[in-house]
Design a protein around this ligand. Sequence first.
Ligand SMILES: Cc1cc2nc3c(=O)[nH]c(=O)nc-3n(C[C@H](O)[C@H](O)[C@H](O)COP(=O)(O)OP(=O)(O)OC[C@H]3O[C@@H](n4cnc5c(N)ncnc54)[C@H](O)[C@@H]3O)c2cc1C
Length: 398
Amino acid sequence: MECFDVAVVGAGPAGSAAALAARRGGADVVLLDRSDFPRDKPCGDGIAPEVLDVLAALGVRGVADGYPPVPALRLVSPGGEVVARPLHAGTHTIPRVVFDHRLVTAALGAGVRFRRHRVRSVERLPDRIVLDGTLAARVVIGADGAGSVVRQALGHAGNPPGHLALALRGYAPAPPGPPEQRIVTIPGRWPAYAWSFPIGDGRANVGYGELLRGGPLSREYLLERLRTLMPDLDLDAATGWRGHHLPLSTRRPPPGRGRILLVGDALSLVNPFTGEGIFYAVVSGALAGAAAAASVAGPPADCAPSGTGRGSDRATGSATGTGGAGAADLYRRALARRLHGHLRHTAVTARLGRWPRLVDAAVRAARDDQGVFDTLLAIGLADGRLNLHTLRHIVRHL
Ligand SMILES: Cc1cc2nc3c(=O)[nH]c(=O)nc-3n(C[C@H](O)[C@H](O)[C@H](O)COP(=O)(O)OP(=O)(O)OC[C@H]3O[C@@H](n4cnc5c(N)ncnc54)[C@H](O)[C@@H]3O)c2cc1C
């Protein structure tokens, strides 16, 4: 049996950030994914500038190289109100086949080991977690996305209808005109929207997503909605159509228990308004990795007699850390400090936002006031909060 300090299940942005942070904390880390990299992940590919800040703090630079920031955003509200403004620090559109591969490469460069491995079973022992009977770790970080096996092992079901969205994306020729991110919402099915995010290479990532309310949504339906909302797109020339679930942050399981932590989509950290999840993925991953490393810090102890490799002697505990047992407590506190306030504001905003007239008023307010625009953007793409100035402006525009 191979033994490690920390095993990270899933090598998306959450998993790579977790692996990098744990490695920087001195842990012996293995990163597992069912796919080899590079691999595609259905996504809008919109990377907020705050994502790059989190990655820079982990020592990762150059992930956006070759993908210039998109300088403007145009948003159409459910009632047809329009705001179009420059983005101070533009959002990049980086195909996930590139972005995720760059993050995995950075993790490997930092000394993380990678295994192609689909995790099927998670066994909790008093002093370690065993994956599929073949690999042991003192702490396991579940970064395995919307259908997380690690989350299921903790006894938490996936998000129910009302807290789960479905979106379809493809790559189409970029529409003519200066590059801008375009988001068009829809009155009847709100919350739902179509998007077009130019990549900078003549293509745009385009798609449509909608809250699931109980019934299934077909690919034909999602495509039809996109066609209706963005008639100028050449969808016949589009390629790479793929759909995926988005578990919204309005219903989250606890972030971990004992030696098992959940991050990113596995923890349902997707913004209920915008569908953004990459910022949360890297933030939660970084916090979980740091907590895992801190919890296993200290001199190595004995592992299983059959252990192999440098990590083989580090699975049972230490003098200064908690042997991994306290990882979830450390992580819960760090996550609360960083995101609790923001997530409360997001939940309130999501409840208010179910009322389309309020969204119309917010878009009118954002059109009239750069401060309101910036605040709403920060709530939708990073860890912003509502403020009195924004609320006053929205009420005035009701
Ligand atoms: C259509 C669509 C558009 C989106 N647009 C945006 C956007 O523009 N901007 C944004 O910020 N967010 C967007 N999101 C959300 C974003 O894609 C997710 O929030 C983000 O990918 C979460 O990262 P993650 O690392 O938690 O999970 P993922 O990126 O899903 O990575 C999970 C990894 O785990 C692996 N895995 C799964 N199960 C196992 C297993 N059992 N064993 C081993 N490995 C496993 C998978 O192969 C995968 O590599 C969009 C989502 C969708 C569906």
